[in-house]
Design a protein around this ligand. Structure first.
Ligand SMILES: [Zn+2]
Length: 468
């Protein structure tokens, strides 16, 4: 397995610290708002990394933090006039909900920074005692100059940062490259007691403490978006090197940016989309397909037309399998049981693994799914062979996080035309309701009920089911 390591700027053979085990950390959200579609790219990508190692039989431990104390959370709590921990709870629940909707498997540990506060304070205290950090006016700073290796991950030199020192406003720092470990609280801000007075920790210390607490002093892979390389990951690493004299992670993986029509997404440009917005317009698997069709390190341009294409590709996989099973009177469990060794199909499987093991080239891996889909759809092929191809399509698709709804879809015996007609009637009824014609609306509901179609009006619109 080859992995591109940001530390060495090249692809390297992956050698786990412990045979058969993977210890993976990827930075989670700062919970002050709904996460955006660029964050979704990272969450989905590291979910695929985890799934692929599990597919290879690795015993995986995946840790993702939730940053629930930060300047941005405090600013949002002032804006919404709600206490900071209520803001953190609100958006941390929203984060978990949206990840579940995106089909992201829950990490094994999802610690929140405020849960590990004593460990964070002890860590900073040790850095001060060992001479790598200093207290200044109630803040604590890491002294970048104290660590010769500082800058090794991002390639940024301390001297280069001196050049930017003119714009530096913080006079409490000894050097412009120094970064905050502990921040003195202003009146009205949340506080924790520390040897340096009342305050709160910096984000870089939160992550290094949480990762080492669950994964040990050195672990296999540390991941996140490319924007985190500097300063966040550089500063996490600096603290670990200073205290333990060991690398924090053996491989650093970073996914590329997401742009919207070629420009960076930003609230001021009005091209900012939350994952929630997009999930209301497209299926989770179409969004996943859109991201995985591109190499994770390449920048990606958010484009509705391409997601629509992805939606078609995903529903084409579903309908190929559905039609094949219908034509052979097979069930979901027959499909699962059909996974078998086959010299022809094994070539495609091998190609899929080759792509994935070449630094997670999911774009090529997705092409293998298309190869299988062509066999599934081909009438010229032997029926048993087509069923085996469908079984492999589902098996490999699941490794990438697809087919989460397949079993449920296959259970639904409503023929397509009936489904479309029911949905048409319901949409016409919605218009009747907009016009407040309750008598007609109720009559449509009762007539549908007489045909065995039960409809329910809820907050999120109307849902229906077939009785019996
Ligand atoms: Zn982090």
């Amino acid at each position: 397995m080859q992995i591109y390591n940001t530390m060495t700027r090249k692809k390297e053979e992956f050698i786990p610290l412990e045979a058969g085990k993977l210890k993976l950390y990827a930075c989670g959200p700062t919970v002050y708002n709904y996460f955006h579609i660029g964050n979704a790219r990272a969450f989905i990508f590291f979910d695929v990394v985890r799934r692929y190692f599990e597919h290879l039989g690795y015993d995986v431990t995946y840790v993702q933090n939730i940053t629930d104390i930060d300047d941005k959370i405090i600013a949002q709590s002032i804006e919404e006039k709600i206490e900071f921990h209520t803001i953190a709870d609100k958006y941390s629940n929203a984060f978990l909900e949206d990840c579940a909707r995106l089909g992201v498997k829950k990490p094994h540990h999802q610690p929140r920074a405020t849960e590990v506060m004593p460990a964070i304070i002890a860590y900073i205290d040790e850095l001060v005692k060992q001479g790598y950090a200093y207290e200044s006016g109630g803040d604590v700073y890491f002294s970048a100059e104290s660590l010769p290796e500082y800058g090794s991950l991002s390639g940024k030199k301390i001297e280069d940062q001196m050049a930017g020192a003119r714009v530096e406003e913080n006079t409490l720092k000894r050097h412009s490259a120094d970064f905050t470990l502990w921040k003195k609280s202003k009146p009205g801000e949340p506080i924790w007691q520390s040897p340096w007075g009342e305050g709160r920790p910096g984000w870089h210390t939160e992550c290094v403490v949480m990762s080492q607490q669950y994964l040990g002093e050195t672990f296999d892979i540390h991941g996140g978006g490319i924007d985190l390389v500097f300063p966040h990951h550089e500063n996490e690493l600096a603290q670990a090197l200073a205290l333990r004299h060991k690398p924090l992670a053996n491989y650093w993986m970073h996914n590329g940016f997401l742009n919207v029509e070629g420009v960076k997404m930003s609230k001021s440009l009005n091209n900012f989309f939350t994952a929630r917005d997009i999930l209301d317009q497209f299926s989770a698997e179409a969004i996943r397909f859109f991201f995985l069709s591109k190499h994770y390190r390449s920048p990606i341009d958010f484009n509705r037309e391409i997601i629509e294409e992805s939606e078609k590709a995903v529903s084409n996989f579903y309908s190929s399998i559905k039609q094949l099973l219908l034509s052979q009177s097979k069930s979901y469990s027959d499909l699962k049981a059909a996974l078998a060794i086959d010299p022809e199909l094994d070539k495609i499987k091998l190609e899929f693994d080759r792509s994935m093991q070449d630094d997670f080239n999911t774009a090529k891996a997705v092409a293998s799914l298309f190869d299988l889909n062509r066999i599934v759809r081909s009438d010229a092929q032997d029926p048993a062979f087509r069923l085996k191809a469908a079984a492999l399509l589902v098996n490999l698709g699941e490794v990438l996080g697809f087919f989460g709804k397949l079993e449920e879809t296959l259970k639904d015996k409503t023929p397509d035309l009936s489904r479309q007609l029911i949905e048409l009637i319901i949409s016409l009824r919605a218009k009747v309701r907009e016009e407040k014609n309750w008598a007609l609306s109720d009559s449509i509901r009762d007539q549908l009920a007489a045909l065995g179609v039960e409809i329910k009006d809820g907050k999120e619109g109307c849902t229906w089911s077939i009785k019996g």
